[in-house]
Design a protein around this ligand. Sequence first.
Ligand SMILES: [Zn+2]
Length: 372
Amino acid sequence: MKAYGKYIAAAVSVIFFLTLLFAALPSPREASASTSGSMVEIRASGLNVRTGPGTDNPRFHVLRRGTYVTLLSRQGEWLQVRLPWGTVGWVFGGNGYTSLHPIHQYIRTTASFLNVRTGPDINHTRIYQLPRGTTAPVVDARNGWERIIFDTGRVGWVSGAYTESTRTGSGSSSGSSGTSSRGGESRTGSLQGRTIVVDPGHGGHDPGAVGRSFNLTEKFVNLDTSLRLAGLLRDAGARVILTRSTDVFITLGQRAVTANNSGADIFVSVHANAHTNRSIGGTETYYNTAFRPQDSRRLATLVQQELVGELGLRNIGVKTANFYVIRHTTMPSILVELAFLSNAREESLLNQASFRQRSANAIFRGINRYFQ
Ligand SMILES: [Zn+2]
């Protein structure tokens, strides 16, 4: 029952998340009008994000200590912030729960994959790699190294030898990979202007696979991961079409028609797996040979590589299959199976927002490589 309650809470939070995502995205220009540009470091062990300033507003997310989010405006001790994937909410900034870091400048990475380290020299541990063209706010600098906010609001150091400064006025500082302004100024990223259909599998009365430990549903995992992926792609300048952005049922035919009518460059369907043998686990990616087989296989290979590298689960590999949505879509198309909900360990991983964010980051990097 406890686990079930947790799932309800997750479902409720996703509804608020969606409401905010589609109703309350501010333009970066509005944001920069009200502040000079600061990042908010979360110092409380878990800080509630609410839909408005004040504890009577519903909570829809909890930020971990050490996360950085973008300051948009203030109302007394309440701070309006943008979360790493673009959602806007309010946190209580008093009581030492937060600290503000003015943004010195923004940088854009110029190396094909730039290492992010825990400290300002190469002897520090590598914690991430940023694709070329990623922009990020700088909150500190030392000995030619820059302390940046990246990925899901994390902080790390990059060598200034592989970055160039970019206009601070370009607005967005969400810290996501590939982040630049949403406003459409010139970008060098390969995703600029691409149309990408993201297809969260299942939905509504079709839950897909359901885990036994947490009653975690595949439709929730697919949608949450897809929304995170869509945010990353949009930040990088892509036009993203989601076949569904809420918990609704859509037929397979509708999904394919949406994709084929959209002029999409690629189609990415997001799923989680299940097997009657509960010891089976791992990640696999499918494509179909009916349309654009070579491009589909290349996309599948790159995304699978990134997923396996990031998530560290068993590499089941890239395979062909006759799944409806990849057979009937005419552009290069793939279907990813992130992990197995039937496997207890993998269900508990899929149940973590951080794991779903890392899944989205990995798919994003695979797509980015496909267009390079
Ligand atoms: Zn599925």
